[in-house]
Design a protein around this ligand. Structure first.
Ligand code: PEP
Ligand code: MN
Length: 263
């Protein structure tokens, strides 16, 4: 069902009021984690002013260490709804547990399935039973075929509103956090009609590399970008090394405008 052989035309997905896919390019941005109402509000205003229309931010965080900040949970979802309304942005947040499905769907415009859950088939089927848009992130060591089959799970269960996200994979290279696989973007655009979003933040893990790889993502045919930005990057409770300041984010958006199809 996700194959272009079956549906040759680009699928356009509505994330709230933001169309993603076809000739519409989407910018999703915000902090890695929702830390407080003030933090999310300030960051939302900054990224919206720079051109983002979808606000990202995790309420449930899949941290490598159990001692790291795990997210504000339900309170974070409520903050996100409030800030989204106040600033006039659509919203996206990660869902980690089937039990949170109703809350996440109610308070936000789209589900994000994180890299660590790409093959959580119970979760894929659960979001497949809704019509809520889903951003499916590529697993840490998942092949493109595994990624497309994970997307197939969601669509086959009944939800056609799937966006695929390339966020870097594990390779022998350790100079950067992950290796952003831009082959995958061009390859998936050829094989599938679903929109493809590039995440240069997790793809590199390095603030100064986010801009160059965002541009590269646009150049190879992505339908959108998801970028981490923080009002005070050095104080970000998670993924501080890859967070862009408001100024850096705004400058990047200015540089990208000539290259993106529409927004
Ligand atoms: C995130 O978007 O903050 C995140 C945890 O991403 P990933 O699942 O790609 O690691
Ligand atoms: Mn992150």
């Amino acid at each position: 069902l996700v194959s272009r052989e079956i549906y040759p035309h680009d699928t356009v997905i509505e994330v709230g009021n933001t169309p993603v896919g076809g000739d519409r390019f989407a910018i999703m941005a915000g902090p890695c984690a929702i830390e407080s109402y003030d933090q999310l509000l300030e960051t939302a205003k900054q990224v919206k002013a720079a051109g983002a229309t979808v606000l990202r931010g995790g309420a449930f965080k899949p941290r490598t260490s159990p001692y790291s900040f795990q997210g504000l949970g339900l309170e974070g979802l409520k903050i996100m709804e409030q800030v989204g309304k106040e600033v006039g942005m659509d919203t996206i947040t990660e869902i980690m547990d089937v039990n949170d499905l109703d809350d996440v769907a109610r308070y936000t415009s789209a589900f994000q399935i994180g890299a660590r859950n790409m093959q959580n088939y119970t979760l894929l089927k659960a979001v497949g039973e809704t019509k809520h848009p889903v951003l499916l992130k590529r697993g840490l060591s998942a092949t493109i075929e595994e990624l497309l089959l994970a997307a197939e799970y969601i669509v086959a269960t009944g939800n056609p509103n799937v966006m695929i996200c390339e966020r870097g994979i594990r390779t022998f290279e350790t100079a950067t956090r992950n290796t952003l696989d831009l082959n995958a973007v061009a390859f998936i655009k050829e094989k599938s009609h679903l929109p493809v979003i590039v995440d240069p933040s997790h793809g590199t893990g390095v603030r100064t590399l986010v801009g160059p790889m965002a541009k590269a993502g646009v150049a190879c045919g992505a339908d959108g970008l998801i970028i981490e930005s923080h009002r005070n990057p050095r104080e970000s409770v998670s993924d501080a090394a890859q967070a862009l300041s408001a100024d850096d984010f705004s400058q990047l958006m200015q540089q990208l405008i000539p290259f993106i199809k529409a927004s």
